[in-house]
Design a protein around this ligand. Structure first.
Ligand code: SD4
Length: 321
């Protein structure tokens, strides 16, 4: 067999198996536990780390923390943790939250100098009577708990910021300007649900701006009776509708995860019909049966799924526009 023909046959087989996996998945949108799902293409690397814990019957909470640490620690990801694009003053400020199966939750907002804000959020949850620490207070708390102070502004991100400064046009467009949050939700083999969400927020934002990602109920919500939801996109629009909490409550009312994500996106359209045409917001949800939903305002929202049935694949979410 000629090499080119062999290559062609190999490629066709790969495409066919991918297509059948996708077909199978989209027909049922149901997978058996454990399952981990996360936003955007970088969810694949994060899911792989989470799966190491879930596949050994570990706890969903541990899985989501370990999972989102992957993009947080990757200097090439310019929307999360180390290497995140800075605010308009050149400061990298991070937002993150985490929530477990018992409604315990912790969060940090506008945190500087710490590579893994998700782990600081977990410490807030476990070591304090509070839910959310911000700015200098969050940094002080992190340092007191053994986290190391680091410079998070990479050369590349500094260069991009200096380029932006030439025009300094303040018009955040999520997704289009390559600005993606990782939201991860998981169901473990004990049928417990947890979630984590972490981001450097909108690039070149006003210093002190906080988005949806560290706000429990907006960027993330978990209810172990029902399931979990997370969001990505323009945080202000998600906060306005308490997005992730809304998705979970819509599931409680009997909607599937897919229906719930669609209804939440449509709420944004109803509230802000004109603005909704120009921005991106996406929701991702799972319920306790391992059913999954994903929906966005615009095309282009991808998510990654890892379960026994779906070995870590990226899917395109349906969209309103
Ligand atoms: C924020 N939701 O800070 C985040 C940004 C994001 O895709 O998700 N971008 O508003």
């Amino acid at each position: 067999m000629k090499t080119s023909r062999r290559k062609f046959i190999q490629a066709s087989a790969t495409i066919a198996s991918l297509a059948s996996a996708q077909k199978l998945f989209s027909q049922s949108q149901k997978v058996t536990k454990p399952i981990v799902v996360s936003t955007w293409n970088f969810g694949v690397g994060a899911n792989a780390e989470a799966w190491k814990i879930l596949s050994k019957n570990g706890r969903a909470l541990d899985a989501v923390e370990a999972g989102v640490q992957v993009p947080e620690g990757d200097p090439k990801e310019t929307s999360v943790g180390l290497g995140g694009l800075p605010d308009r003053d050149g400061r990298v400020t991070l937002d993150a939250c985490i929530m477990d199966e018992n409604a315990n939750c912790g969060a940090v907002a506008c945190l500087e100098h710490i590579i893994h804000p998700i782990s600081v959020a977990r410490k807030v949850m476990e070591k304090t009577p509070h839910v959310l620490l911000v700015g200098d207070g969050a940094l002080q708390f992190a340092l007191a708990n053994g986290f190391k102070k680091e410079n998070l502004l990479t050369e590349e991100s500094e260069k991009a910021w200096k380029e932006w400064l030439k025009k300094a046009q303040y018009k955040p467009i999520a997704n289009i300007e390559n600005h993606d949050t990782i939201g991860m939700i998981a169901l473990d083999s004990s049928q417990n649900v947890s979630g984590a969400c972490t981001t450097s927020g909108m690039a070149y934002k006003i210093h002190g701006r906080v988005g949806d990602s560290p706000i429990i109920g907006a960027g993330l919500f978990v209810d172990n009776e029902i399931g979990a939801a997370t969001s990505t996109g323009v945080g202000e629009e998600v906060i306005r509708i308490c997005g992730s909490h809304l998705v979970v409550e819509l599931m409680r009312q009997g909607n599937s995860p897919q229906e719930a994500c669609e209804l939440a996106v449509k709420r944004i359209v109803k509230n802000q019909p004109e603005k909704s045409k120009e921005i991106q917001v996406g929701f991702l949800a799972i319920n306790k049966n391992g059913e999954l939903g994903a929906y966005a305002l615009q095309k282009g929202f991808t998510y990654a799924v890892y379960s026994n049935d779906v070995p870590n694949k990226i899917f395109d979410a349906k969209s309103f526009y």
